[in-house]
Write a protein that binds this ligand. Structure first.
Ligand SMILES: Nc1ncnc2c1ncn2[C@@H]1O[C@H](COP(=O)(O)OP(=O)(O)OP(=O)(O)O)[C@@H](O)[C@H]1O
Ligand SMILES: [Mg+2]
Length: 496
């Protein structure tokens, strides 16, 4: 059993507590879902349950499982924080190695686990080179190999495609079936996921705001709004701050990107893209969809000039149809990548936002930086001086948006932009994307989220396999059930 009594937790003694006077009990055999806005304390609670953080005040006790070698298994929100070994098989074997399991037994259990999680083909791959979704599956397998009596899953589906999500659900059901006494704690941003559980706990600014059957809690619209669990889909455009308003007046250089028979192979010889041809225009939003590992992010990196095609060409054209050199248009084509912290390197959030424009020789005032914080829904007073690496996942995602938007780019690649965002943040992103599009900015949105693609994309480029790409209008894409099935359903799950 898990019991928290009047638990308060502070990351830093001077700052506001991340959890406040929180009390709850979870009994053996229970499956509990946790929801709440970005920064409300979900991951902090998960880390307390896993024994990785000590409560500042109050009491946390775990009973009935302490005799087990690994009483709590945790899947972190960012699978990168989990990977310790060089290859997938070593990663899966890591916990068993630590428990000194004899080699033959270990080998058999690793093999069985790889099979069970459908990742045998990844066995010898380097963990650092896996896609986000692949990492999440490997991480889950590496946690489950020890069958921990308490399992904490912190947004385990954020990088998974539709198939991966079905596999995760089946896996969860199977694990539950085999371990009737296990405690399962699942953090999610999706009401449709929460509804599968018997018990939902909603956190709001570090406190328990609701604890009960999900159907009842989520039926209360004003409660969902208050706690960031749904978005306002009113179509009112967002107010763009000054640095972005520069866009409309700017003699925008890049107007069109043309990929012509682009191929790409990584250094190990694996071909990821073959013969990909597409034109992207300013003022147009293209959704990139396809299974985990199909090369979407690689294409995003190519578009931004971070990788070079191994074959074919990527050309950039101005409004008169003249070709422009990518070296001359620094900052005009920018990307917000899947793991936002990979783009942070400065000591404070405010510096992170100001860096891009300053680096390009443009000016940015403190007021403009504050306006960018507002745009993404972060309070400048709280975040300006914070270390970007201490932000919660959703807060990092928001900061990464602001740090790229500050450069007023003409094309932006957003890789899984809603991954980790709360529903209110998704609504904010959709409005922002629509406003940017009206200003003539070209957007590329990589996502598994049907609601998002449906709301923002004009065109959809479907990565079906290496060398197999199909693009069509967004409407056409969603007319086919088979197409739509690769994304999470557009069921208005977040809508207010
Ligand atoms: N290492 C840290 N140092 C200081 N503050 C932190 C640290 N980690 C988290 N916080 C703050 O504690 C609060 C709770 O963070 P936590 O990661 O638990 O939120 P969360 O509910 O999981 O959010 P998300 O939905 O974005 O994942 C946030 O305000 C966050 O900025
Ligand atoms: Mg979190």
């Amino acid at each position: 059993m898990i019991r928290l009594r009047n638990v308060t937790f502070r990351y830093d003694s001077a700052g506001a507590p991340a959890l406040r006077d929180l009390s709850l009990e979870i009994r053996a055999g229970e499956s509990v879902c946790i929801m709440g806005a970005n920064g409300c304390g979900k991951s902090t609670l998960a880390r307390i349950l896993a024994g990785l953080l000590k409560v500042s005040q109050g009491e946390f006790v775990l009973t009935g499982v302490t005799d087990r070698p690994i009483p709590v298994g945790i899947l972190f929100q960012n699978p990168d924080n989990q990977m310790v070994a060089v290859t997938v098989e070593k990663e899966i074997a890591f916990a068993l190695e630590n428990l000194a399991v004899p080699f033959e037994e270990m080998d058999a259990r690793v093999g069985a686990t790889l099979k069970r999680f459908g990742i045998e083909h990844l066995r010898t791959r380097l963990t650092s080179e896996l896609s986000g979704g692949e990492k999440q599956r490997v991480a889950l397998a590496s946690v489950m190999i020890c069958k921990p009596p308490v399992l904490v899953l912190d947004e385990p589906d954020s990088f998974l495609d539709a198939r991966g999500r079905v596999a995760l659900r089946e896996e969860e059901e199977q694990i539950r079936h085999e371990n009737a006494d296990m405690i399962l704690v699942r953090i999610t941003q999706y009401p449709s996921v929460a509804k599968r559980y018997q018990r939902l706990i909603v956190l709001d600014r570090g406190r328990v705001a609701a604890d009960g059957p999900p159907q009842e809690i989520l039926a209360d619209r004003s409660f969902r709004h208050k706690t960031g669990l749904c978005y306002q889909s009113d179509g009112v455009p967002v107010e763009l701050p000054q640095p972005l308003r520069r866009l409309s007046g700017r003699n925008s250089l890049v107007h069109r990107l043309a990929a012509d028979a682009v191929s790409f192979a990584y250094a190990d010889g694996r071909t990821v893209l073959k013969n990909l041809t597409i034109t992207l225009n300013g003022g147009e939003t293209v959704g990139l969809v396809g299974a985990t590992g199909s090369g979407k992010s690689t294409f995003g990196h190519l578009l931004c000039g971070l990788l070079r095609p191994s074959g074919g060409s990527l050309d950039y054209y101005d409004a008169d149809g003249k070709e422009v050199d990518i070296a001359l248009i620094r900052g005009q084509i920018s990307g917000v990548f899947q793991q936002p912290e990979r783009q942070f390197f400065l000591p404070t959030c405010a510096e992170e936002i100001a860096f891009g424009p300053r680096n390009l020789g443009l000016s940015i005032t403190t007021e403009e930086v504050t306006a960018l914080f507002d745009l993404v829904g972060l309070d400048a007073k709280v975040f300006a001086e914070r270390d970007p690496f201490t932000l919660s996942m959703g807060e990092k995602r928001r900061l990464a948006f602001a740090a790229v938007l500050s450069m007023s780019p003409q094309f932006i690649v957003f890789d899984e932009p809603t991954c980790g965002l709360d529903p209110a943040g998704v609504g904010r992103f959709i409005k922002m994307a629509r406003t940017l599009r009206q200003l003539g900015v070209g957007l590329v949105v990589i996502s598994h989220d049907g609601t998002l693609i449906n709301a923002v994309a004009d065109k959809v480029l479907h990565f079906r396999g290496v060398g197999e790409y199909h693009h069509c209008s967004c409407r056409e894409f969603f007319e086919s059930d088979e197409n739509a099935s690769i994304l999470t359903p557009v069921d208005g799950q977040y809508a207010g």
